[in-house]
Design a protein around this ligand. Structure first.
Ligand code: NAP
Ligand code: GDD
Length: 337
């Protein structure tokens, strides 16, 4: 029998890459989609075989991390071997504007899913998408035993979810693993995260349809990796004899300014001609520097990053140039589901 996975957040950046990975490994994949007045399944539509197709192995279900009954019903119905909880209100700046909603989805949502898995009693393994944001103000390098000091409603919610997963492991013997992932990016990154905002703008400025790029704090240091490699670590963390928690990172730190400089330089432009600072993008509390020590993941999972900073910038800028070209030529066709 093929193994069965349930992914919350399947319509997001990581969910789409994880679906592809699991389908390649022969899994049947179920994902949770939210009701929205606009289409929100674009990232998975491109890999989907329509559910009516006899070979279909990817299925989307309406549910929500705020709705416990739908989570319990879904887990009972599909009896997954593995659950990946990637669903979240994942934008740090936005979490200051909607702290209650962020706590509900990103924090309590994890608890609801753990409880639904426990109640369904189907013996599944559970992956919690934890975040380097939990380290917050604690200086780098950060690893699994570095103390948390969250600096946003989002990070506070992720700390709650992290400890809930540990608690279900210790209280009920459930196989729960936390992946403490540092920033990871790709051409599928949401357009209001800083890397994608920059690469999209670079493509548009090069094409002459945008002039300025408005950014916030350029001094923040982040450890940026490549998302398709990070979902492999998620899967590996559920394949071990014993459950554990793992930092997943590149070990390299770069400022936002360095990212901007490299992205503009890739198309032969000087970033100083186009970037302006807009205080609206500053955060009430900033996380100054995140750089991960992924030694445990390397030792226990055999995982290591392959795509580092310069290649990541190039891949993302080139993908946005191509996307813009396709949009302008009318080559993008939405899949009708
Ligand atoms: P993303 O692109 O923002 O995707 C978030 C996903 O969560 C989307 O599928 C979204 O659905 C879904 N979601 C939002 N609210 C929900 C709700 N109420 N109920 C159910 N689903 C909901 O995030 P990502 O970059 O793929 O990250 C995946 C996970 O890893 C997130 O939990 C994030 O916090 C965490 N993480 C990310 C990074 C990173 O650098 N990317 C690093 C560490 C941890 P819609 O598509 O309908 O909005
Ligand atoms: N989004 C954004 N937009 N960030 C900006 C901007 C801007 O215009 N200008 C500067 N920044 C700075 C932010 O202040 C932050 O220091 C840094 O760029 C990165 O911001 P984001 O790309 O929004 O990511 P993040 O680090 O806050 O959060 C991401 O990574 C976390 C893991 O560390 C998200 O993916 C989280 O969900 C994830 O947990």
């Amino acid at each position: 029998m093929p193994r069965v996975a349930l992914i919350t957040g399947i319509t997001g950046q990581d969910g789409s890459y994880l679906s592809e990975l699991l389908l390649d490994k022969g899994y049947t994949v179920h994902g949770l989609k939210r009701r929205s007045s606009t289409f929100n399944t674009e990232r998975v539509d491109r890999i989907d075989v329509h559910p009516r197709h006899p070979d279909a192995r990817l299925f989307l279900h309406y549910s929500d991390l705020t709705d416990p009954a739908s989570l319990t019903n879904l887990i009972r119905d599909i009896a997954p071997d593995e659950i990946y909880n990637l669903g979240a209100q994942s934008h740090v700046r936005v979490s200051f504007d909607i702290p209650g909603y962020t706590a509900d989805v990103t924090g309590l949502g994890a608890l609801r899913l753990l409880e639904a898995a426990r109640a369904a009693d189907v013996g599944c393994r559970f992956y919690q998408a934890s975040s380097s944001e939990m380290f917050g103000a604690t200086p780098p390098p950060q690893r699994e035993d570095t103390p948390f000091h969250p600096r946003s409603p989002y990070a506070c919610a992720k700390v709650y979810a992290y400890w809930s997963a540990v608690n279900y492991r210790e209280s009920y013997g459930m196989y729960c693993a936390n992946g403490i992932l540092f920033n990871h990016e790709s051409p599928r990154r949401g357009e209001n995260f800083v890397t994608r905002k920059i690469t999209r703008a670079v493509a548009r400025i090069e094409a002459g349809i945008q002039d300025k790029l408005h950014l916030g704090n350029l001094d923040a240091v982040r450890d940026w990796g490549y998302a398709p490699e990070y979902v492999e670590a998620m899967w590996l963390s559920l394949q071990q004899d014993q459950p554990g928690d793992y930092v997943v990172a590149t070990g390299e730190g770069h400022t936002v300014r360095e990212f901007v400089e490299a992205a503009f330089a890739h198309v032969g432009l000087d970033w100083r001609d186009h970037v302006t600072i807009d205080p609206r993008y500053f955060r009430p509390a900033e996380v100054d520097a995140l750089i991960g020590d992924y030694s445990r993941a390397r030792r226990a999972l055999g995982w290591a990053p392959k795509t580092l900073f310069a290649d990541l910038v190039r891949v993302m800028v080139d993908a946005d140039r191509q996307l813009l070209e396709d949009e302008r030529a009318g080559r993008l066709v939405r899949v009708d589901r």
